[in-house]
Design a protein around this ligand. Structure first.
Ligand code: FPP
Length: 248
């Protein structure tokens, strides 16, 4: 479990509120945003990619250390090929255009998910951006791509079973830390705050292990409309919560 690292002052109460160390976001509503405007769905995704930039800036202003964005789920492969191709192209363009800015802003890019399923060009671009930002010490921006939490857990179980089979570990030595250490997220703290946009009350196979004690904020705002003020409001809401982790 992670601890909040800093505080912000709520204008309503003039008291310091905790700032989450790690924020995870289910970016939802791109398609509805486009439909409301009579635009093709890909235009919603394009506008959504701009909100990613806003989210990065908001995190940096608030002193948040980790931002994990659910950019493409393992289930999203079921969408029509034209839409998955448009999303992959958008990812490539985003990485190409924004990597210099990420470097300038001292952001370190990482990715989690079954990256082997990504088209070769997207994967190459991703690996390149990850490498270019690897020594940055500021915000950690983690893109969940071709990501599914059940698959992640399944992969972890297989790895652990291999260790047992090879005699490196006994079954009764498997504990919570063992499992956490075999997840894609092994080198970052659990999310303190999970934000979902567009009003849907679902987790959608996102970070099932890691969000056990995350505070959840669901906003009706569609992701392409999600601005700095919305991010701040979610963080303030987090600050008002009492985290007890099952205790008193
Ligand atoms: C959900 O909206 C969003 C996605 C499946 C993709 C998220 C992608 C982006 C925000 C843009 C690309 C990101 C990067 C990092 C370049 P939806 O299509 O399910 O919306 P709907 O529920 O309104 O149809």
């Amino acid at each position: 479990m992670s601890e909040a690292t800093s505080t912000i002052v709520s204008s309503e109460r003039d008291t310091p509120l905790a700032v989450p160390r790690h924020v995870a976001v289910i970016m939802d509503g791109n398609g509805r945003w486009a439909r409301e405007r009579g635009l093709p769905r890909r235009e919603g995704h394009r506008a959504g990619a701009e909100s990613v930039r806003t989210a990065v800036e908001s995190c940096q202003k608030l002193g948040i250390d980790y931002l994990t964005l659910y950019a493409f789920s393992s289930e999203n492969w079921k969408r029509p090929p034209a839409e998955t191709a448009a999303l992959m192209q958008l990812l490539e363009r985003f990485l190409q255009q924004k990597t210099p800015e990420l470097k300038e802003r001292n952001v370190r890019l990482q990715a989690i998910g079954n990256l082997e399923r990504l088209p070769a060009a997207s994967r190459q671009r991703l690996e390149d951006s990850i490498e270019q930002t690897a020594s940055n010490s500021g915000l950690r921006l983690i893109l969940a791509l071709s990501y599914g939490a059940r698959e992640e857990l399944c992969h972890a179980m297989q790895e652990i079973a291999r260790s047992v089979e090879a005699g490196r570990m006994r079954p009764d030595e498997i504990d919570l830390e063992t499992i956490a250490a075999h997840l894609y997220t092994c080198d970052c703290p659990d999310p303190d705050l999970l934000i979902r946009t567009s009003g849907e009350m679902r987790i959608s196979n996102f970070l099932l292990w890691q969000i056990s004690y995350s505070e959840i904020v669901v906003t009706k705002r569609l992701w392409p409309d999600f601005r700095e003020s919305d991010f701040q409001e979610a963080v303030l809401e987090y600050g008002r919560r009492q985290r007890r982790y099952g205790g008193l």
